[in-house]
Design a protein around this ligand. Structure first.
Ligand code: ZN
Length: 134
């Protein structure tokens, strides 16, 4: 793993949250993106080398909506950048970590992504992400 690529924060209302985080960081988000497959609308801010991803559920049955229902708004996941997501997934699986999906999926911000189940990582949802190469 190379670095913390971004931190994901779930919010109920992306428009309100964008306005708030713009004030907090004193800059606007650089990207808005819907990820249909995950049922989320996202925005991204860049603070130094680390990005902050805000996520709002698109549908009531999306995983983010369920997360908010159970735990409320707040930090949702920490994403680490990797060079080769497939080999990193195999390495972690061999180490006994539980992957939420067996194949890397398309995520926001031009990434291939995979999540580790929080029950195998002390309650922290961890995302692996690899920049998609053209
Ligand atoms: Zn993420």
């Amino acid at each position: 793993m190379k670095k913390v690529e971004h931190i994901g924060i779930v919010v109920k209302d992306l428009t309100n949250a964008n306005a708030l985080f713009e004030k907090l960081f004193n800059q606007s988000h650089y990207k808005l993106e819907e990820v249909e497959s995950e049922g989320v609308s996202t925005s991204f801010f860049k603070v130094g080398d680390t990005k902050i991803e805000l996520l709002q559920a698109l549908q009531a049955d999306s995983p983010i909506a369920k997360f908010i229902e159970k735990r409320g708004e707040g930090i949702h996941h920490i994403a680490f950048e990797v060079d080769d997501i497939q080999s990193e997934m195999e390495r972690l699986q061999a180490e006994g970590f539980e992957l939420i999906h067996t194949e890397a999926k398309d995520g926001a911000d031009n990434k291939k992504i995979c999540f580790l189940h929080p029950k195998s990582t002390n309650g922290v949802l961890i995302e692996l992400c690899q920049e998609k190469r053209p």
